[in-house]
Design a binder for this molecule. Sequence first.
Ligand code: NAP
Length: 408
Amino acid sequence: MLQVVIVGAGPAGLYAAERLLKGGAAVTVLDRLPAPFGLVRYGVAADHQTTKMVDRVLGRVFQKGASFLGGVELGRDVTLAALRQSFDAVVLATGAPRERRLGIAGEETPGVLSSAAFTGWLNGHPDHAGCPLPESAIEEAVIVGAGNVALDVARLLAKRGEELTGSDLSPEAGERLAALPLRRVTLLARRGPDAVRFTPHELGEFGQLAQARPRVDPDALPPLREDEDEVMVLLRRYAEPAAAKPLEIRFRFNAVPQAFLAEAGRLTAIEIATPAGSERLPAQLAVTCIGYSAPGFSELAAEDGRFANEAGRIAEGLYVAGWAGRGPSGTIPTNRAESHAVADRLLSEVAEGGKPGMAAFPEALRSQAWSFDDWQALDAAEKAAAGEGRVRRKVARWEELAAFRKGR
Ligand code: NAP
């Protein structure tokens, strides 16, 4: 049987697994996290549970014969060389977990957070357990970036009470957010309104927030055209007069961050360059949402935040799928099509070589790893602990995850 190992149990990896199983391969999926599903569990916003439901489809690969080894990290627990020796082919689907940096003064100031830290905390990611918000009262926040992650951050800062019903936001995070005396959130787009990367559905949600009102300066918009896209139509709607709400979400364009300013070690403002000159926006919290990169590891360097490849092939028997190869763009269906194409290519190029596959892993590694059964037990326990108005309560700390696994 053709032996394939996929590194990364997110959508890109599991869609590749789906296709490879169909093609008759034996598939092993590794992930450094104990739980599968990558960004579906840890990236898709806590209040977008309908999107998260794709985990049911993705999880089917494990019912159809793929093996899961969670908590196994490439480069730490197993080398790429060892994987290439034991399997006919390796597919890297490790995503792009490292946040990009602005590289401006003051970026290390407490109160300046990356989207990975902020959304990781809200999503119960074990690398980001513990509230990253500064203790000081936050009345004004700034979000840098004009993509869907920036919208996720703004929306979660704005939602209150019943608006979070049905989410999996932890009670602690919900209480902390609800206690913020926020009056204004400003989203900074470094280019004009016609160059934002929002998608219409996600931008449209801002028109329905109970406590927050989106606001665009009408003078910042270009002259009306007949063939405007849905995003521009929404931005125009947000430029119309509307009733005030406790929180204002301002969209600013052509605003390029220059520096974060601090007093007594605390963030107080962000300096931006605009076509009219430089300006200081008061802020006690800033979240940078400017994209991600793949960090690479000792045996394989990344170039420009991704692994260089030609249509999914890195080298003989070594393939890449998803953000690790393409860069951080596109939605879950984008990954489905791409991963299927990479899997088809692999199936047509790689011959069975009598390799041992997972049987070559040391027993100690296999017995320590999380199996899909372990994950299903955690899934059931999290759902049982959900509490009122929530669909699950995530086990978010490494030590609690380890204790859960040990207790099985
Ligand atoms: P993104 O869509 O690429 O947006 C990144 C934003 O950061 C862009 O506005 C970019 O501006 C800006 N940026 C980059 N470098 C900057 C700098 N140095 N200074 C100021 N601004 C800078 O990335 P994302 O929001 O992280 O999303 C990643 C992918 O996931 C996207 O494909 C997104 O659609 C998807 N996603 C989808 C959903 C959903 O469907 N609900 C939710 C979240 C994410 P420029 O355009 O000028 O480079």
